[in-house]
Write a protein that binds this ligand. Structure first.
Ligand code: RFL
Ligand code: PHB
Length: 397
């Protein structure tokens, strides 16, 4: 016996994409349910993104969840690129009139959960065996198991917000789905440490021994990364080894200001560029990591997810409030145009800033020449800046 549930939009995945979509729909009076194979505590604990574009901040304001973000987030007007000890500041604000906000994904997720719980959102956590069905029909459904019980959700639309490893994308027949992939031959090892950041602004560094990134979560908490072997386990990276590598890659001048301590989070993430086309199949829409992955070098993953959700919520709200399906029909093509531009930027910055084992001496010289060009040309710096602060949502066509 199944438990039957009815809603307008069934959202699979309770990460930032799914949570923001349910929040924006609820504000417009559109009903949704959200299901996730994990629970709130687990989802809030995943340490990931740290940099929000201006457009992401606007989306969170529109969603009514930006109070704490404005109180605790740290606006950044610039970012540093470093190459074998030479540093070049990209003046984000001076070059574009915009800045970015440093505020962790864990905090964005918590703010969204707080708002959804306050609003009485229907959640189903720790679900298993999620299966989207009848996606081409006008009455799709989603089946799942929770605590040994079967559930069947009947809905108008299914939003696949279930990340890279989710089931939604897999529900699109292989005869329809095209995927594009670039795997990078290394990973990022990231740590959190309760010490003040080594610099007030982020530093992306390419050193002969590999990439390093100095980021932060607050004035007293730092988030640091080093490029590592793709097959490394965190056990290969005791804190001593991390600090040694990290200081070397930052260079002696910057490392002189580094405060070290015991890390309390340490994880390794692979680097991948990935796009799935189309992002709509019948009444299923994909959003966020379910449809695309970028390497973290440009800090774009969460921001892309939020941009998708802004366009998807607009499409669904126009349908329910005005009977206008124009945005539903153009959702996939509109979103993908912007996605590919952001993929390009993330790939380009990753290519510039890492040590690739297969690089020839010629390619190494090309990286150096590109860094020197960016450092000496305001136009080249502006190209980095305008991508880093975020491309516009609507002028993508
Ligand atoms: P998420 O966050 O992966 O959430 C998907 C949710 O779906 C659930 N799920 C399922 N639920 C039901 N049934 C199933 N079969 C399911 N399969 C999965 C999962 O449990 C999960 O809760 O995807 P979403 O919402 O699209 O959000 C995307 C962002 O999380 C991601 O793009 C960013 O974290 C990427 N990223 C960064 N993005 C930025 O914009 N700026 C950054 O500075 C930045 N840094 C990063 C990053 C990602 C990193 N890692 C670890 C991948 C740094 C790192 C290290
Ligand atoms: C982070 O703070 O986690 C972070 C910042 C910038 C990136 C990636 C991750 O490009």
């Amino acid at each position: 016996m199944s438990n039957f549930v009815k809603t307008q939009v069934c959202i699979i995945g309770s990460g930032p994409s799914g949570l923001l979509l349910s929040q924006l729909l609820a504000k417009a009076g559109v009903d949704s349910i959200v299901l996730d194979r994990k629970n709130r505590g687990y989802i809030e604990g995943r340490v990931r993104a740290g940099v929000l574009e201006r457009g992401t901040v606007t989306a969170l304001e529109e969603a009514g969840v930006a109070g704490r973000l404005h109180a605790e987030g740290i606006p950044h007007h610039g970012v540093d690129l470093a190459f074998d000890g030479d540093r070049h500041r990209i003046d984000l604000f001076g070059l574009t009139g915009k800045s970015v906000m440093v505020y962790g994904q864990t905090e964005v997720t918590r703010d969204l959960f707080d708002a959804r719980f306050k609003d009485g959102q229907q959640f189903y956590f720790d679900v298993e065996d999620v299966v989207p069905l009848d996606l081409k029909s006008s009455s799709p459904s989603v089946q799942f198991l929770m605590a040994g019980q079967k559930y069947a959700v009947s809905c108008d639309y299914v939003a696949g917000c279930d990340g890279y490893h989710g089931v939604s994308r897999q529900a699109i027949p292989s005869s329809v789905l095209r995927t594009f992939v670039r795997e990078y031959p290394f990973g990022w090892l990231g740590i959190l440490v309760d010490k003040p950041p080594v610099s007030h602004e982020l530093i992306y560094a390419n050193h002969q021994q590999g990439f390093a990134l100095a980021s932060m979560r607050s004035e007293t908490r730092s988030r640091y990364y080093v490029q590592c072997d793709i097959n490394d386990d965190v056990s290969a990276w005791p804190d001593d080894r991390f600090w040694q590598e990290f200081s070397t890659r930052l260079g002696p001048e910057t490392a002189a200001d580094l405060q070290i301590g015991d890390s309390f989070e340490k994880s390794i993430a692979p680097l991948r560029s990935f796009v799935a086309e189309p992002m709509r199949y019948g009444n299923l829409f994909l959003a966020g990591d379910a449809a695309h992955i970028v390497p973290p070098t440009g800090a774009k993953g969460l921001n892309l997810a939020v941009a998708d959700v802004r366009l998807l919520s607009r499409a669904l709200i126009e349908h329910y409030k005005k009977g206008n399906d124009a945005y539903i029909d153009t959702y996939s093509t509109d979103v993908l145009k912007r996605v590919w531009k952001v993929e390009r930027f993330s790939w380009q910055l990753s290519t510039l800033m890492h040590q690739f084992p297969e690089n020839s001496p010629f390619e190494k010289r090309m990286q150096r020449a590109e860094f020197d060009y960016i450092a000496s040309s305001e136009s080249a710096s502006r190209v980095i800046a305008e991508n880093y602060v975020g491309l516009p949502l609507h002028s993508q066509l």
